[in-house]
Design a protein around this ligand. Sequence first.
Ligand code: IPD
Length: 265
Amino acid sequence: PADPQELLDLAIDLTARAGRLVRQTREEAITEVDTKSSSTDVVTAADKAAEKLVVDGLLAARPGDAVLGEESGSHDAPSAEVRWILDPIDGTVNYLYGLPAYAVSLAAEVAGEVVAGVVRNPVSGEVYTAVRGRGAYRDGVRLTGPRRTALEQALVATGFAYDRQRRARQAAVLAGLLPRVRDIRRIGAAALDLCFAAEGRLDAYYERGIQPWDHAAGALVATEAGLRVGGLRGAPAGRELVLAARPELFDTLHDLLVELGIDEV
Ligand code: IPD
């Protein structure tokens, strides 16, 4: 069976190579920008090149594995034991503008469960890693999550869908939340939101409508740092909702988001 630590080591190596590539080619890559689901949903030449680098590297090292990538979709392997989940640049809009908050995110899933994950910010050089059951780390330092548990003291991050109608409704939920918490952040990279919560730079994070490649690795980092990561009404984290908070804060925030109509967004 696959050893999660070995999967993590491979992910650390490939995200380092992809991180260097996206950082070094930014000037040129941002001149080749396409849009995807809407005019706000962008993809650059670097997203595609970094995805290719990682997928090729994974399949060279472990030819039987499956890969789900944001830009190239599924590379299926019928009897794969491991499925990799890749976002070559999470926070592509930040990348486009040169805001230093984007990340390469890579997770390894075995039997439907994420067992290892890496989130790497190529600008700050910070690398977040986790292996299921063995804790979460930033550059080798163990992460233990935020300390605050009171809603009114919570610094809460969120993100918005690319669809403009959904954004209008998400803004309405946010308008109800803002007066109830310390403040709101919109970092622009879901993987970093989850890792920032894991290290206590944020108290909580929620978002509706995000994809597995946005949260797979970061959710493991947050979970291993002691946060509860879940979805709507007891469901696992997924498209409906990804919510990460200390267990003491989770239900309060979840119930408030439901009261504000998060499930209608
Ligand atoms: C996006 C970022 C953003 C979140 C969006 C994601 P991308 O990922 O994580 O913070 O609000 O929902 O799609 O498109 O930059 O990889």
